[in-house]
Design a protein around this ligand. Structure first.
Ligand SMILES: [Zn+2]
Ligand SMILES: [Zn+2]
Length: 173
């Protein structure tokens, strides 16, 4: 969805939109996930640009990094991005983006691509290590059984950490 900057009224504009499903890929090469993005955002014209503030919401289809089961993760990511009006060509060469400009984007041809804005912010909501639940037990390293579904045949009694310390003391000179 493209917004013409010239059409944003002085008092600002509130936009509700649903972006097309997008395939997102985790940074570490994890499986792709397809997601809709819903957002309510407020566009305000300010000195030299447009401020876009809002929240993007989606439900991501992810694969658990411990047990490899698919699961749905609802996410909400607030954002605040300032779009700067293009500078005159002479001034542009001298501009170097500092750390404070990280959330600054330049407007292309007087238009704002809201779909791209939502997708970028949705990407930020992607967990690096998705977990189907906080205490996911993962897979048994020996038989590969999903330990969330119960103990497998090779599950022995858990080692008592106190004995482990004793064993270690015995080995030390
Ligand atoms: Zn899991
Ligand atoms: Zn097992």
């Amino acid at each position: 969805m493209l917004i013409e900057i010239a059409e944003i009224p002085q008092e600002g504009l509130t936009v509700t939109l649903r972006a097309e499903p997008v395939v997102l890929r985790l940074l570490d090469g994890g499986p792709p996930t397809e997601a809709h993005a819903d957002a309510v955002l407020r566009l305000t014209r300010t000195q030299g640009g447009v401020l876009a503030e809002g929240e993007v919401a989606s439900t991501l289809s992810l694969i658990c990094s411990r047990c490899s089961e698919p699961f749905a993760l609802p996410v909400k990511e607030p954002f605040s991005v300032f779009y700067q009006e293009p500078l005159p060509p002479s001034a542009e060469e001298e501009v170097e983006l500092g750390p404070e400009d990280l959330d600054t984007d330049f407007l292309a041809q007087g238009r704002l691509d809201l779909t791209a804005l939502l997708h970028e912010n949705l990407l930020l909501a992607l967990p690096v290590q998705p977990l189907c639940r906080e205490d996911c037990q993962g897979l048994c390293p020996r038989c590969g059984a999903n330990r969330n579904e119960g103990a497998c045949a090779c599950a022995g009694p858990p080692a008592d950490p106190r004995f482990a310390i004793l064993e270690q003391l015995k080995r030390e000179p």
